[in-house]
Every structure is written in C-alpha cells, then in structure tokens.
Design a protein around this ligand. Structure first.
Ligand SMILES: CC(C)(COP(=O)(O)OP(=O)(O)OC[C@H]1O[C@@H](n2cnc3c(N)ncnc32)[C@H](O)[C@@H]1OP(=O)(O)O)[C@@H](O)C(=O)NCCC(=O)NCCS
Length: 142
C-alpha cells in the first residue's frame, strides 16, 4: 500500500462524516453531522489513514488518560478492507495507550468483527465480570 499514510490529526467534518456514513451507524444514533463530528473532536486520541491525501480509514480512543481507554469508530473504507490497514490502526491506538501507561484498554465489538479483534490480542471479558450496557429497563420489566 504505497501511498497509504497514517497520522494523528482529526479529519474535517465532511471527511469524517462521509466515512462514518458508510457504516450505517448514523441510523442507529440519529444525530446531526455536527454532533457526529463533535464525538470525533472530543476524542482523547485519533488516527487517520489516507490514500494520496484522501481519508480511507480511522480509529479513535475515548479515555480518562490514566486508567481507562475505550477504542471506538474503527472504520476502514470497504475498498481498503482486508489489506492489514485496520490492524495497523488498532496497533497505533494500542501503542498510544501503552506509551501513556493506560491500564485498561477495552472496546465494543460490532457483530461479526470478533475474529478481527481476537487476532489482535483482545479477548472477551470473563463471564463473571462481563461488559454491561445501560438500558431503561429494570430487572423483571419488559
Ligand atoms: C473491522 C475492520 C476495521 C477491519 O479492518 P481491515 O483493514 O479490513 O482488517 P485487516 O485487513 O487489518 O485484518 C487484520 C486481520 O483480521 C482479520 N479480519 C478482519 N476482519 C475480520 C472479521 N470480520 N472476522 C474475522 N477476521 C477478520 C483479517 O483476515 C486479518 O487476518 P490476518 O492477520 O491473519 O491476515 C473493517 O472491516 C471495517 O472497517 N468494518 C466496518 C466498520 C466496523 O464494523 N468496524 C468495527 C467496529 S467494532
């Protein structure tokens, strides 16, 4: 991948939202472009991937800077998937956490992507200490 470059700059709103739109997560979040872009600019650390200057991938970290880091928005444009670029982005995010001494690196894995993360040193949390997600439901209610 001769012309592929990586850097830690945050792309423009247009670039980020165009890449983000490919995932279909827009429908799920129901947010404006400004709000979606705000999530990117509020990141602790960002990795952009470009081919001849054009944004073709990204990944970012949300963190308190000391204990916890959450890797989110790992996105590689479909034309560039399967070429090792996602792994390179993940490596950069993990390196940044490690070099800053962050203890706990976690992520939410999208359906069907477990294999990617398993190949890259992530393991599911133990069944007796699982990741959990807030819902409006109370136990015993529908
Ligand atoms: C998931 C994603 C980031 C992977 O990026 P990628 O550039 O295609 O992945 P890579 O080419 O770096 O793959 C690295 C390794 O993981 C494997 N891999 C990639 N996607 C996989 C999947 N869905 N299931 C199993 N293995 C996978 C590759 O075969 C490769 O294995 P190898 O090292 O033995 O050759 C990319 O598919 C993507 O952007 N998907 C759409 C957005 C998304 O769902 N993001 C994840 C949110 S949790």
């Amino acid at each position: 991948m001769k012309n592929i470059t990586f850097d830690s700059s945050i792309p423009s709103q247009l670039e980020f939202c165009s890449l983000f739109r490919i995932t279909g997560w827009y429908k799920e979040y129901n947010l404006t472009d400004e709000q979606i872009y705000g999530s990117a600019t509020n990141s602790y650390f960002f990795t952009s991937v470009r081919d001849k200057g054009e944004l073709i991938g990204c990944g970012r970290i949300i963190s308190d800077g000391y204990i916890h880091a959450l890797i989110v928005d790992m996105i590689i444009h479909p034309d560039y998937q399967g070429k090792g670029i996602g792994k390179a982005v993940l490596d950069k995010l993990i390196s940044h956490c490690k070099s800053n001494g962050i203890i706990d690196i976690q992520l939410f894995c999208a359906k069907g992507k477990e294999g990617f993360y398993l190949k890259n040193s992530f393991v599911p949390r133990p069944v007796d200490a699982p990741g959990m997600q807030y819902t409006n439901k109370r136990e015993g209610q529908n």
